[in-house]
Design a protein around this ligand. Structure first.
Ligand code: KG4
Ligand code: ZN
Length: 353
């Protein structure tokens, strides 16, 4: 079965084609990715310090058809050979989601093929299974850390997800992006803060570890960002020089704090569920310090930790095509010829049906 995936929930237009046939033959799932194409709008939003929804929608309209053509060419597949189309139905920016929904539904209608709306976070959380050389097995704990979400999930199988804990305010990626802004780094700030932190001294700033000992698996990062703001204000009150000197130390203080909380709660989730596999997904999953921290802690806890390949950590079409294919494989009745548009900008992952 060949599934075309279309992702347009935020500032990346992603398209990919996956084939489930190799998995049925018992081969690694990674071989099922026939082709993919991605366009990132980051450069367009950089001057605004964040994503401008209207600009994002208009750009998706411009990019999506050329990317579909590019994917089909790379996959050596014609439109008529596609068996189903999957698109990101939510959560995300309403206008941006509508672009993906309309192209997916329009294409499916013209080809008379089934179409399936996929939850963006399900795409992220199943993405480590796409290149599944490690042969990850259900059940596992998933740590979803993106620009809009921070959640620990109990993943029993495809489509069976329970939220174990989540952020009460800012998402981890959002905290990275806001801290980057405070430190004068450009959007999206995650990679920039991470890089700057590498040269910082861990002993200079001991920032709070919010909710580390809260006894549950929830997070809160708004206070951590505020404590960075307080330090920035103190430094700037003197002159620009101390701020410039201390920037890397402050970045290091922030990264150490956020990583410590994410690691500690992930281990807590493994203990609570009794599972021995952790899967990390979402943009912040690309973070080097987080990967190092999880690697060490999971080793000590006798658990395994898995990530998607770096290029699949941030938004892409492959994860949507793959999640769509996994869902259809499990429940072929989901392949419907329904041409109505119903995007879901807000959509909890434990309310899939
Ligand atoms: O999953 P994603 O591409 O989009 C959403 O669904 O939100 O995640 C984007 C987020 C941004 O906040 C970005 O700053 C963060 O992931 N990010 C990182 C890194 N790479 C991306 N944060 C920390 N370290 C990184 N290396
Ligand atoms: Zn995402």
């Amino acid at each position: 079965m060949r599934v075309l995936g279309i992702e347009t929930s935020c500032d990346e237009t992603g398209v990919a084609l996956v084939d489930t046939a190799p998995w049925e033959a018992g081969e690694p799932a990674g071989k099922g990715l026939l082709g993919q194409a991605l366009y990132s709008q980051i450069a367009m939003h950089v001057d605004y310090g964040g994503v401008v929804p209207e600009l994002a929608s208009r750009d998706h309209i411009k990019r999506v058809i050329p990317l579909i053509n590019q994917t089909l060419k790379e996959s050596k597949t014609s439109l008529s050979e596609i068996d189903a189309i999957a698109f990101t139905q939510g959560p995300g920016l309403a206008g941006a989601l509508l672009v993906g929904a309309s192209i997916a539904k329009g294409l499916a209608l013209s080809l008379n093929k089934p179409v399936l709306g996929v939850h963006h976070l399900e795409g992220h959380l199943l993405s480590p299974l796409l290149a599944n050389e490690a042969n990850i097995q259900f059940p596992f704990v998933a740590l979803l850390v993106s620009g809009g979400h921070t959640q620990l999930m109990d993943v029993k199988s495809v489509g069976e997800y329970t939220i174990l804990g989540e952020t009460l305010d800012d998402a981890a990626g959002e905290a990275f992006d806001k801290t980057a802004k405070l430190l004068g780094l450009s959007y999206p700030g995650g990679p920039a803060v991470s890089k700057l932190a590498e040269t910082g001294n861990p002993a200079t700033y001991q920032l709070p570890r919010p909710m580390k000992h809260s006894g549950d698996l929830d997070f809160s990062f708004a206070g951590l960002k505020t404590s960075v703001l307080t330090q920035v204000k103190k430094l700037k009150a003197q002159s620009d020089e101390p701020f410039e000197e201390q920037k890397a130390n402050l970045a290091r203080g922030f990264v150490d704090a956020i990583v410590e909380v994410l690691v500690s709660k992930s281990i807590g989730a493994l203990k609570q569920t009794g599972y021995n596999t952790l899967v990390v997904a979402g943009g912040v999953g690309a973070n080097t310090q987080l990967r190092k921290g999880l690697e060490t802690a999971c080793q000590q806890a006798g658990c395994a930790v898995h990530y998607p390949p770096l290029e699949l950590c941030t938004d892409n079409g492959a994860m949507i095509a793959f999640a769509g294919a996994m869902r259809l494989k499990k429940n072929p009745q989901l392949a419907q010829k329904d041409w109505g548009f119903n995007v879901r900008p807000r959509w909890p992952l434990d309310q899939l049906e």
